[in-house]
Design a protein. Sequence first.
Lengths: 286, 478, 318
Amino acid sequence: MSDRISVAKTYKLYIGGAFPRSESGRSYPVSDSRGGFLANAAQGSRKDARDAVAAARKAFAGWSGATAYNRGQVLYRVAELLEGRREQFVAEVSASEGTKRGEAIVDAAIDRWVWYAGWTDKIASVFGSANPVAGPYFSFSVPEPTGVVAVLAPQSSSLLGLVSVVAPVIATGNTCVVVASQERPLPAITLSEVLATSDVPGGVVNVLTGRTAEIAPWLAAHADVNALDLTGAPDAVKADLERAAAGTVKRLVRSGRGEPDWVREPDVSRMRAVLETKTVWHPMGV
Amino acid sequence: MSSNWEYAPAPESRDIANLKPAYRMFVDGKFVEGSGEPLKTVNPATEEVLAEVSTASPADVDTAVKAARRAHERVWGKMPGAERAKYVFRIARLIQERARELAVLESLDNGKPIKESRDVDVPTAAAHFFYHAGWADKLGYAGFGPDPRPLGVAGQVIPWNFPLLMAAWKIAPALACGNTVVLKPAETTPLTALVLAEICQQAELPPGVVNILPGAGDVGSELVNHPGVDKVAFTGSTEVGKLIQRSLAGTGKKLTLELGGKAANIVFDDAPLDQAVEGIVNGIFFNQGHVCCAGSRLLAQESIAEELLEKLRHRVSTLRVGDSLDKNTDVGAINSRAQLERIQELAAAGDAEGAQRWTSPVPVPEKGFFFAPTVFSDVQQSMRIAREEIFGPVLSVLTFRTPDEAVAKANNTPYGLSAGIWTEKGSRILWAAQRMRAGVVWANTFNRFDPTAPFGGYQESGFGREGGRAGLEAYLDV
Amino acid sequence: MLDPASGSSGMSDVTRDDASLRRFLHGLPGVDQVGVEQRAAGLATRSIKKASKLWAIDTAISMVDLTTLEGADTPGKVRTLAAKARRPDPEYADVPHVGAVCVYPDMVATAVAGVGDSGVGVASVATAFPSGRSNRAVKLADTEMAVQAGATEIDMVIDRGAFLSGRYGQVYEEIVAIKQACGDAHLKVILETGELSTYDNVRRASWLALLAGGDFIKTSTGKVSPAATLPVTHVMLQAVRDWHDRTGELRGVKPAGGIRTTKDAIRYLVAVHEVAGEQWLTPTLFRFGASSLLNDLLMQRRTQLEGHYSGPDYVTVD
């Protein structure tokens, strides 16, 4: 029996539904948990970030304009495809994180994705309201997606953490630019492959790999980014990034110090953070 | 050049329905023979027998309820919501996969046009399962407290007008909330519920979580009165609903009822008439008028009544009545001979009481149970056709002078399921909607259903809601 | 020509002045976007019987205004088009000829020579097509040039800028003037529905064009997207039917642009049948503004006759 040489995978960026290399031509080596070489990942630049934001903006009208039911079905389909690639993800997560809990992590990530898929058509009932105003007016408030969200994915939890920050953003109808974990980016690109072969339109999720500290400031200051999730930012630069975001009054998704415990059941705060509330009034009279 | 225009009988293929000569009941995860007297289910468009279906005896009802109880105590009631969700998602996806088969079977068994079962019944049924699946692990956000619990075993009885969809409306929320189910489909339309049972098997739903018992009124009565049932849900006539409510009195069982209606469809003088006509037609002729929330009373503002009626008659004449599998059919068969006779009786009462009858000149098939779309004008509030639910393709037209009068006439009924408002003026829509004593108000549209939008009636149209956050209450111990 | 508004019952006071015209047009019932789109989609599911499908295809062919409106048009191109218009399928002589060819004014003479006495009409665009942005004198000269060269039909564009800024009287007068310049040629009025943007505007523009004497109302120039759609055509078919109910006059409808397949064309014919009425199923009252549609119709015709799917090599590239 011969030892077959496998076909090694090339890892590129995921922007606008396609897989381009970085416009800078740069790449950087990614190692497994024991320091062994896994792959070269694209090293994203500020221009890649710029292109990703443009792609996310372009996709926003269509994605936010789809019915909640449609978004729910699209996200559920992603879960079906994740389930189909379970073994591949387990291998990648185990190698990246050096964990023996790869199967439990992947199962949790898939189930978390299903949890968010089931939220799309319930957000309006839970967060919206009819307002009993003191006058002859019908007034209602509806939650709406804020727009393009820049997400710094967790540095440590390369799949479960990633899903936990991305799913709430797109379930609510937003589009996003995600900066993957710097040292553990590969599951993010494999997730992109799942998205590319699902019904998620190109541009709804865009994934950049590379140096977080290099890319993040450009996203934090970008005037066409509406909200910012600083989960994966190194603690030392968080305050700077928040200051940069203040220049365009960005909404911030709250993140404490260090990395949260992703295994815990999520709550709805991540969805609330990327929703606006619109209140409408109309007179009632014959 | 003369027109040679004929629409094809564009028949959907019957084979897709996978029709079997015999169907059995579904209890504890298996298809088994019932020991009740088997029934024969008939295609109302052709009067041919479709299949023989075994029915449940009282002993079978007992077995099913016990199976549901076991499943609840040992498996389903203890299962985390996230896992329950995944079963219900599977059912939704399987319905989508087998959509065409279900649509054709539904049209054969019920008589409704394939266009409707394909475009409305089956997709909406799938959507109900999909929507409720997502609630299973989010009940703490539904506004009923941090950890609402299920009731236990639900006994559910559904009507023949939307057989698969009604089964979905009942089973999906019950399962999402952690209950187990024993459901009796209508006597004349048992087949799609039994294919749904097959789908539950394909989804690997644990045995006993869903049980389907075909049979007639006696089986329904046995089921709702069984002491092992914690919650009863009934959709059907007001008459039977009252009987059920009476027999459950003092038992402590939770009950929801979705009963009849005599909805008013109000057209104000500023409504765009051609659009109002579409809405009126949809309101009373969709599903042959076999709809509890049908717009069966047209209240037309007097100043535009004549013009409206003329346009209405012209439009109704273009509706095609025919075989349910013909893709060009708009109005299908009446579900049974009994229902047809009831419609004929009430229409005769309309004549006798002095209303003006107009019947569409559309050709009607000779075999099968069919009734041509009919419009009665000069109808007064005191006539039977203005007060009693006809449940057929018969519209009663009354007039009004002012908005206040329209509201008063619309509300002047013991029913209160739905209402329609047609006007260009936004403020009037909201003003009128606020005053309607009806559970569902449609403005400038009609017969819109969605799993996220609660549905149910006021007064003798029943109590409780199905769909939306509000609809979960029926299946939670809150 | 008669003052177009005076012949119809009680319409002359509507067009008396800008204010009256505005009151009338704004008094027309609005169109519910959701309702009309659903109705159009519902009609699109109607199915046509096998024998009638062939009839429908032939009818559609006879309704085609075979069009070339390119900057790069040459006499050679127009001659080829005219030949195709007379004899669409070289192997089947029983295929009806198309309704008309449609060209720019400076190509009319070539087109007239090309169609000869076949009965195919020669339609010319005019009035600073496609934008309509020029003055009255230029638009009249444009029209007269085409009429003198032998055009039997004129497809004019309305001034959308004037319409959208509420100058309905100006739009009205322009149509009346062009109609006069047409002489015996019949006038199609292009509304450019893609720029009008709402169904309410489509309804108002339709009535405006009918009041001004247009023989046909036409959806689009084909140079702007969206061009013809089923719901827009639905609204326009309702307008001509209501016009007929009110005045007894028969006017036509022409959807143009974006109709590429036989399936689409049949959907339009169903809409004509169900919304306007059977009377309108004739090239005198309904046309398709199209170029690639003809080849698809010919391929589907062959499929019906030969019993197998056809291919692009069996129809001519022109």
